[in-house]
Design a protein around this ligand. Sequence first.
Ligand code: XMP
Length: 523
Amino acid sequence: MDIHAQKLLILDFGSQFTQLIARRVRESKVYCEIHPYNTGEKSKGGLIKFIKEYNPKGIILSGGPSSVFDKGAPRVPKGVYGLGIPILAICYGMQLTAKLFQGKVERSKHREYGPADIIIKDSTGLFHGIKKDKIKVWMSHGDKVATAPKGYKVTAISANSVIAAVSNTEKGLYGVQFHPEVVHTAHGKHIIKNFTHRICKARSTWTMKSFIDTTVENIRAQVGPDGRVICGISGGVDSSVAAALVAKAIGKRLTCIFVDNGVLRKNEGDEVYKTLTKNFDVKIKKVDASDIFLKKLKGVADPERKRKIIGNTFIRIFEAEAALVKGAHFLAQGTLYPDVIESVSFKGPSATIKSHHNVGGLLKRMKLELVEPLRELFKDEVRVLGKELGLADELIDRHPFPGPGLAIRIIGSVSEERCEVLREADVIVIEEIRRAGWYDKIWQAFAVLLPVKTVGVMGDERTYENTLAVRMVNSVDGMTADWVRLPYEVLERISSRIINEVHGVNRVVYDISSKPPSTIEWE
Ligand code: XMP
């Protein structure tokens, strides 16, 4: 079965929700890719030629921040609508459709943002099988469509009489002003599935089971019968799942390299080793380089310098270890789909990418060919895949952990002693939120060791020891975050255990800042 045969194409106009559209389509078990609206613009045949070659079962036009009244507003050629391929145009996509086909778009000074009720006028097409006349949807738009595009009829209106959905069923063309891809839209998944399955007639071929079969074959084909692959594993989900997939394809011809940089969590190396070797016939080289890293970090307080030192030292050590693996010509990496989209976005690469994420230099120098088995996947798909491959839940559902590790959670200079203090406190934080059933409800929870000593009293004695901050946040993608309202009892247990059990800490504080303006990490 070809998992890519039944695919949709999403043309992106820059909406913050575009990736959500792709995730919803894939949840309906149909593969899709996001491409900029102006794809093919510079080549002969343009977008139309690109679409014909891509051969999608359906097209989704995303929303976007522009107004059709803007000079140079983004648009697709009218011909896209005449290819006989069903189209779902969302928000800006629908306004553009109205503009292109003699509908009327009205400029609006006020953005309608948030929940709204819509009344369904026609319960076929996108609304097939929704038993209610009125549903809650998520709106986020400025301009609105005042008259439907020619040939379309209105299939839903919002409570304040804005056209909420239109369709031209004969041609398979649909438009919605609201955002079915956002979880706050009731029946959003259902609406997307009506489009993918009923309107586009795509079949459910995109499952992680079939993904594994296809990818294993692809890896074998790329690497050949004797090719050898190396893979750096960090203990994170992406590199572990990538390694597991490559191991499934080529077994012992994969060598994983795990570098202990001395700023890992307690038992981190052992745990990664255990979970990977339990399920896979894989070679793992553990390299204890903690002395080297800690020596280089000695006396360094500046966060960016810490990052650079850790990044560069890692590359050097990894290169040396990789060179010892005879005959390896391939490097496996856990690159995900959002990184791929980012690099082809018409807006250009995002400024938010951090310097340390960029280990590109590593590759150029080593002349290795990349194996990137997760390039097509979103993070949530990687998790499902990891489970399907038999990796332990604790590894799959782990909170994100930064590359520079505890070094950026020890404010001021890093030493083995301070690492030890933080490691012990970190374990307690995690143990206690797991015990209280909160671990899976939190994006990231950790401790930060501050360069602040305060006075305390223990028994009859005055103490003068370190202060430790506890940080817990919820987030969807790490870009924004809110501090977790953890029950006082859990906070109390964390605080009293740390003060009693961790030598060198006599005060615990809880961080109640959100991002922005604060960041998740303290450094
Ligand atoms: P900030 O602190 O920027 O963190 O709000 C957002 C997310 O990124 C992680 N983070 C890093 N990850 N290397 C990494 O691999 C880094 O240098 C780094 N700095 C922050 C952070 O843990 C959070 O998940």
